[in-house]
Design a protein around this ligand. Structure first.
Ligand code: ZN
Length: 317
Protein backbone atom coordinates (compact mmCIF):
# COMPACT_ATOMS: atom_id res chain seq x y z
CA UNK A 1 0.00 0.00 0.00
CA UNK A 2 1.11 3.51 -0.79
CA UNK A 3 0.61 5.89 2.13
CA UNK A 4 1.70 9.04 0.28
CA UNK A 5 0.34 12.39 1.52
CA UNK A 6 -1.58 13.88 -0.17
CA UNK A 7 -2.95 10.47 -1.04
CA UNK A 8 -2.60 9.27 -4.58
CA UNK A 9 -5.93 8.71 -6.28
CA UNK A 10 -7.05 5.11 -6.27
CA UNK A 11 -9.99 3.34 -7.95
CA UNK A 12 -13.43 4.37 -6.80
CA UNK A 13 -15.19 2.29 -4.17
CA UNK A 14 -18.93 1.67 -3.77
CA UNK A 15 -20.26 2.18 -0.27
CA UNK A 16 -23.49 0.28 0.33
CA UNK A 17 -25.61 1.69 3.13
CA UNK A 18 -27.39 -1.00 5.14
CA UNK A 19 -28.65 1.01 8.12
CA UNK A 20 -32.32 1.18 7.14
CA UNK A 21 -32.36 -2.63 6.94
CA UNK A 22 -29.63 -3.97 9.24
CA UNK A 23 -30.10 -1.09 11.69
CA UNK A 24 -33.82 -0.38 11.82
CA UNK A 25 -34.70 -4.08 12.05
CA UNK A 26 -32.91 -4.20 15.41
CA UNK A 27 -34.74 -1.22 16.91
CA UNK A 28 -37.27 -2.05 19.62
CA UNK A 29 -39.70 0.57 18.32
CA UNK A 30 -41.19 0.60 14.82
CA UNK A 31 -39.56 3.42 12.84
CA UNK A 32 -42.26 5.29 10.89
CA UNK A 33 -42.26 4.55 7.15
CA UNK A 34 -41.83 8.23 6.29
CA UNK A 35 -38.68 8.39 8.44
CA UNK A 36 -37.21 5.30 6.77
CA UNK A 37 -37.87 6.64 3.27
CA UNK A 38 -36.66 10.11 4.30
CA UNK A 39 -33.34 8.70 5.53
CA UNK A 40 -32.85 6.77 2.26
CA UNK A 41 -33.62 9.90 0.22
CA UNK A 42 -31.15 11.90 2.33
CA UNK A 43 -28.44 9.23 1.95
CA UNK A 44 -28.87 9.25 -1.82
CA UNK A 45 -28.83 13.06 -1.72
CA UNK A 46 -25.45 12.83 0.06
CA UNK A 47 -24.08 10.78 -2.82
CA UNK A 48 -24.62 7.22 -1.59
CA UNK A 49 -25.33 5.17 -4.73
CA UNK A 50 -26.14 1.78 -3.15
CA UNK A 51 -28.69 1.29 -0.38
CA UNK A 52 -29.87 -2.01 1.06
CA UNK A 53 -33.20 -0.43 1.85
CA UNK A 54 -35.21 -3.09 3.65
CA UNK A 55 -36.01 -6.79 3.93
CA UNK A 56 -38.98 -8.67 2.52
CA UNK A 57 -39.02 -10.92 5.52
CA UNK A 58 -42.27 -12.13 7.08
CA UNK A 59 -43.90 -9.19 8.92
CA UNK A 60 -44.60 -11.60 11.78
CA UNK A 61 -40.89 -12.48 12.10
CA UNK A 62 -39.63 -8.88 11.83
CA UNK A 63 -42.51 -6.43 12.40
CA UNK A 64 -40.02 -3.52 12.25
CA UNK A 65 -39.76 -4.03 8.46
CA UNK A 66 -43.41 -4.87 7.76
CA UNK A 67 -43.56 -1.73 5.58
CA UNK A 68 -40.89 -2.88 3.08
CA UNK A 69 -43.10 -2.27 0.02
CA UNK A 70 -44.27 1.13 1.24
CA UNK A 71 -40.71 2.29 2.00
CA UNK A 72 -39.60 1.52 -1.56
CA UNK A 73 -42.72 3.15 -2.97
CA UNK A 74 -41.99 6.38 -1.08
CA UNK A 75 -38.30 6.73 -1.98
CA UNK A 76 -37.67 9.12 -4.87
CA UNK A 77 -36.11 6.69 -7.36
CA UNK A 78 -33.08 7.86 -9.31
CA UNK A 79 -31.22 6.18 -12.14
CA UNK A 80 -27.89 6.65 -10.32
CA UNK A 81 -29.07 5.05 -7.05
CA UNK A 82 -29.43 1.29 -6.65
CA UNK A 83 -31.87 0.00 -4.08
CA UNK A 84 -31.55 -3.58 -2.91
CA UNK A 85 -33.53 -5.64 -0.43
CA UNK A 86 -33.00 -8.82 1.53
CA UNK A 87 -35.21 -11.71 0.42
CA UNK A 88 -35.30 -14.67 2.83
CA UNK A 89 -37.54 -16.87 0.66
CA UNK A 90 -39.36 -17.11 -2.69
CA UNK A 91 -42.39 -15.26 -1.34
CA UNK A 92 -40.11 -12.40 -0.28
CA UNK A 93 -38.52 -12.44 -3.74
CA UNK A 94 -41.90 -11.99 -5.44
CA UNK A 95 -42.75 -9.13 -3.08
CA UNK A 96 -39.36 -7.48 -3.73
CA UNK A 97 -39.82 -7.73 -7.48
CA UNK A 98 -43.27 -6.20 -7.10
CA UNK A 99 -41.67 -3.26 -5.29
CA UNK A 100 -39.17 -2.75 -8.13
CA UNK A 101 -35.88 -3.44 -6.34
CA UNK A 102 -32.66 -3.09 -8.36
CA UNK A 103 -31.05 -6.09 -6.66
CA UNK A 104 -32.19 -8.89 -4.36
CA UNK A 105 -30.01 -10.32 -1.63
CA UNK A 106 -30.26 -13.93 -0.49
CA UNK A 107 -28.36 -15.09 2.54
CA UNK A 108 -27.08 -18.26 4.17
CA UNK A 109 -24.71 -18.72 7.08
CA UNK A 110 -21.34 -20.42 6.71
CA UNK A 111 -21.97 -21.91 10.16
CA UNK A 112 -24.51 -24.73 10.48
CA UNK A 113 -25.45 -23.76 14.04
CA UNK A 114 -25.91 -20.07 13.22
CA UNK A 115 -27.95 -20.94 10.13
CA UNK A 116 -30.22 -23.08 12.30
CA UNK A 117 -30.56 -20.27 14.86
CA UNK A 118 -31.07 -17.52 12.26
CA UNK A 119 -33.08 -19.27 9.55
CA UNK A 120 -34.36 -22.31 11.44
CA UNK A 121 -33.03 -24.70 8.80
CA UNK A 122 -29.89 -26.60 7.84
CA UNK A 123 -27.63 -24.80 5.31
CA UNK A 124 -28.59 -27.28 2.56
CA UNK A 125 -32.29 -26.47 2.98
CA UNK A 126 -31.59 -22.72 2.94
CA UNK A 127 -29.53 -23.13 -0.24
CA UNK A 128 -32.46 -24.95 -1.87
CA UNK A 129 -34.53 -21.87 -1.03
CA UNK A 130 -31.89 -19.63 -2.63
CA UNK A 131 -32.11 -21.79 -5.77
CA UNK A 132 -35.85 -21.06 -5.91
CA UNK A 133 -35.18 -17.35 -5.44
CA UNK A 134 -32.55 -17.50 -8.19
CA UNK A 135 -35.05 -18.99 -10.63
CA UNK A 136 -37.53 -16.21 -9.77
CA UNK A 137 -34.85 -13.55 -10.18
CA UNK A 138 -33.40 -14.85 -13.44
CA UNK A 139 -33.81 -12.35 -16.25
CA UNK A 140 -35.66 -9.92 -13.98
CA UNK A 141 -33.22 -8.54 -11.43
CA UNK A 142 -29.68 -9.30 -10.26
CA UNK A 143 -29.31 -11.56 -7.23
CA UNK A 144 -26.57 -11.20 -4.63
CA UNK A 145 -25.55 -14.02 -2.33
CA UNK A 146 -24.60 -13.04 1.20
CA UNK A 147 -22.79 -15.27 3.68
CA UNK A 148 -23.39 -14.65 7.37
CA UNK A 149 -20.71 -15.62 9.90
CA UNK A 150 -18.14 -15.84 7.09
CA UNK A 151 -15.30 -15.07 9.53
CA UNK A 152 -16.47 -16.75 12.71
CA UNK A 153 -19.56 -17.98 14.54
CA UNK A 154 -20.74 -17.05 18.05
CA UNK A 155 -21.78 -20.69 18.61
CA UNK A 156 -19.10 -22.68 16.74
CA UNK A 157 -16.09 -20.37 17.03
CA UNK A 158 -13.78 -20.54 14.01
CA UNK A 159 -15.48 -21.00 10.65
CA UNK A 160 -13.11 -22.81 8.25
CA UNK A 161 -12.46 -21.14 4.89
CA UNK A 162 -13.79 -24.32 3.28
CA UNK A 163 -17.19 -23.84 4.95
CA UNK A 164 -17.54 -20.39 3.36
CA UNK A 165 -16.21 -21.70 0.02
CA UNK A 166 -18.89 -24.42 -0.02
CA UNK A 167 -21.57 -21.70 0.12
CA UNK A 168 -19.78 -19.70 -2.60
CA UNK A 169 -19.66 -22.88 -4.72
CA UNK A 170 -23.41 -23.27 -4.33
CA UNK A 171 -24.02 -19.61 -5.20
CA UNK A 172 -21.75 -19.78 -8.27
CA UNK A 173 -23.59 -22.89 -9.47
CA UNK A 174 -26.80 -20.82 -9.41
CA UNK A 175 -25.20 -18.15 -11.59
CA UNK A 176 -24.73 -15.70 -8.71
CA UNK A 177 -21.73 -13.45 -9.34
CA UNK A 178 -22.21 -10.89 -6.55
CA UNK A 179 -21.14 -11.93 -3.10
CA UNK A 180 -21.23 -10.31 0.33
CA UNK A 181 -19.06 -11.71 3.10
CA UNK A 182 -20.74 -10.84 6.37
CA UNK A 183 -18.83 -10.59 9.63
CA UNK A 184 -22.01 -11.00 11.65
CA UNK A 185 -20.48 -10.82 15.13
CA UNK A 186 -17.29 -8.88 14.46
CA UNK A 187 -14.89 -11.83 14.53
CA UNK A 188 -12.94 -10.98 11.36
CA UNK A 189 -9.27 -10.07 11.71
CA UNK A 190 -6.83 -8.85 9.05
CA UNK A 191 -5.37 -12.37 8.48
CA UNK A 192 -8.79 -14.08 8.29
CA UNK A 193 -10.03 -11.43 5.87
CA UNK A 194 -6.96 -11.88 3.67
CA UNK A 195 -7.27 -15.67 3.73
CA UNK A 196 -10.92 -15.79 2.69
CA UNK A 197 -10.81 -12.97 0.12
CA UNK A 198 -7.74 -14.52 -1.52
CA UNK A 199 -9.27 -18.01 -1.50
CA UNK A 200 -12.42 -16.72 -3.21
CA UNK A 201 -10.43 -14.62 -5.69
CA UNK A 202 -8.34 -17.64 -6.62
CA UNK A 203 -11.30 -19.90 -7.19
CA UNK A 204 -13.90 -17.46 -8.55
CA UNK A 205 -12.07 -14.62 -10.29
CA UNK A 206 -15.34 -13.34 -11.79
CA UNK A 207 -17.07 -13.02 -8.42
CA UNK A 208 -17.67 -9.43 -7.29
CA UNK A 209 -16.99 -9.44 -3.56
CA UNK A 210 -18.40 -6.97 -1.04
CA UNK A 211 -17.31 -6.91 2.60
CA UNK A 212 -19.71 -6.31 5.47
CA UNK A 213 -17.87 -5.82 8.75
CA UNK A 214 -19.12 -5.22 12.24
CA UNK A 215 -17.09 -3.11 14.62
CA UNK A 216 -17.81 -5.35 17.60
CA UNK A 217 -14.16 -5.55 18.60
CA UNK A 218 -13.07 -2.19 17.24
CA UNK A 219 -11.20 -3.37 14.13
CA UNK A 220 -13.89 -3.10 11.46
CA UNK A 221 -12.05 -0.37 9.55
CA UNK A 222 -8.71 -2.18 9.83
CA UNK A 223 -10.40 -5.10 8.09
CA UNK A 224 -11.71 -2.72 5.42
CA UNK A 225 -8.13 -1.62 4.67
CA UNK A 226 -7.07 -5.24 4.19
CA UNK A 227 -9.95 -5.81 1.75
CA UNK A 228 -9.10 -2.62 -0.08
CA UNK A 229 -5.48 -3.70 -0.50
CA UNK A 230 -6.69 -7.02 -1.91
CA UNK A 231 -8.75 -5.25 -4.56
CA UNK A 232 -12.22 -5.31 -2.97
CA UNK A 233 -14.24 -2.36 -4.25
CA UNK A 234 -17.53 -2.69 -2.37
CA UNK A 235 -18.05 -2.22 1.35
CA UNK A 236 -21.23 -2.29 3.37
CA UNK A 237 -21.76 -0.02 6.35
CA UNK A 238 -24.43 1.58 8.45
CA UNK A 239 -25.15 5.26 9.03
CA UNK A 240 -24.00 6.26 12.52
CA UNK A 241 -22.91 2.65 13.13
CA UNK A 242 -26.54 1.66 13.69
CA UNK A 243 -27.55 -1.95 14.00
CA UNK A 244 -26.20 -5.38 14.56
CA UNK A 245 -27.66 -8.83 14.23
CA UNK A 246 -30.73 -9.58 16.30
CA UNK A 247 -30.09 -13.32 16.16
CA UNK A 248 -26.42 -13.41 17.15
CA UNK A 249 -25.35 -12.99 20.79
CA UNK A 250 -22.75 -10.29 21.37
CA UNK A 251 -23.28 -8.63 17.99
CA UNK A 252 -23.02 -4.87 17.95
CA UNK A 253 -22.95 -2.17 15.34
CA UNK A 254 -21.93 -2.31 11.73
CA UNK A 255 -18.94 -0.38 10.51
CA UNK A 256 -20.11 3.23 10.47
CA UNK A 257 -20.72 4.81 7.05
CA UNK A 258 -19.34 8.28 7.86
CA UNK A 259 -16.24 6.77 9.47
CA UNK A 260 -15.77 4.49 6.44
CA UNK A 261 -16.19 7.36 3.95
CA UNK A 262 -13.78 9.48 5.99
CA UNK A 263 -11.16 6.70 5.96
CA UNK A 264 -11.54 5.98 2.24
CA UNK A 265 -11.49 9.61 1.12
CA UNK A 266 -8.50 10.42 3.36
CA UNK A 267 -6.74 7.43 1.81
CA UNK A 268 -7.25 8.73 -1.71
CA UNK A 269 -10.15 6.42 -2.53
CA UNK A 270 -13.08 8.31 -4.07
CA UNK A 271 -16.54 7.33 -2.84
CA UNK A 272 -18.69 10.05 -4.41
CA UNK A 273 -20.17 10.74 -0.98
CA UNK A 274 -20.30 14.20 0.62
CA UNK A 275 -19.07 13.70 4.20
CA UNK A 276 -20.76 16.81 5.66
CA UNK A 277 -24.10 15.78 4.18
CA UNK A 278 -23.59 12.25 5.48
CA UNK A 279 -22.90 13.54 9.01
CA UNK A 280 -26.18 15.47 8.84
CA UNK A 281 -27.99 12.23 7.93
CA UNK A 282 -26.34 10.44 10.88
CA UNK A 283 -27.54 13.20 13.22
CA UNK A 284 -31.03 12.87 11.79
CA UNK A 285 -30.94 9.11 12.45
CA UNK A 286 -29.82 9.75 16.04
CA UNK A 287 -32.88 11.94 16.49
CA UNK A 288 -35.11 9.23 14.99
CA UNK A 289 -33.85 6.42 17.24
CA UNK A 290 -33.53 8.73 20.24
CA UNK A 291 -30.05 7.78 21.41
CA UNK A 292 -26.39 8.46 20.74
CA UNK A 293 -24.95 6.32 17.94
CA UNK A 294 -21.39 4.91 17.97
CA UNK A 295 -20.15 6.82 14.88
CA UNK A 296 -17.04 8.84 15.67
CA UNK A 297 -16.63 11.25 12.76
CA UNK A 298 -20.17 12.52 13.34
CA UNK A 299 -19.03 13.65 16.80
CA UNK A 300 -15.53 14.94 15.96
CA UNK A 301 -16.41 16.41 12.55
CA UNK A 302 -14.23 16.41 9.45
CA UNK A 303 -10.45 16.47 10.03
CA UNK A 304 -9.93 20.16 9.32
CA UNK A 305 -12.84 21.35 11.41
CA UNK A 306 -11.38 24.27 13.32
CA UNK A 307 -12.31 25.65 16.71
CA UNK A 308 -12.09 29.06 18.28
CA UNK A 309 -9.25 29.19 20.80
CA UNK A 310 -11.52 31.10 23.19
CA UNK A 311 -13.00 28.70 25.67
CA UNK A 312 -10.79 25.82 24.58
CA UNK A 313 -10.07 23.59 27.55
CA UNK A 314 -6.48 23.56 28.66
CA UNK A 315 -5.19 20.10 29.22
CA UNK A 316 -2.07 18.07 28.72
CA UNK A 317 -2.14 14.53 27.38
ZN1 ZN B 1 -24.47 -6.05 9.71
Amino acid sequence: MNYAEPPTLRPRVAVTEVGTRDGFQSEAAFIPTADKAGVIDALIGAGVTHVEATSFVSPRAVPQLADAHEVLARVARRADAHLSALVPNPRGAERALGAGVDEMVSFVSASETHNQANLNAPIAVSLAGVAEVASIARGRTPLRGAIACAFGCPFEGEVPVDAALRVVDAYAALGIDRLTLGDTTGMATPPTVARLVQAIGGRFPQMRVALHFHNTRGIGLANVMVGLDLGVREFESSIGGLGGCTFAPGATGNVCTEDLVYLLERSGVPTGVDLDALIAVAQRVEAIVGRTLPGQVMKAGPRLRRYSIDGARRAVG
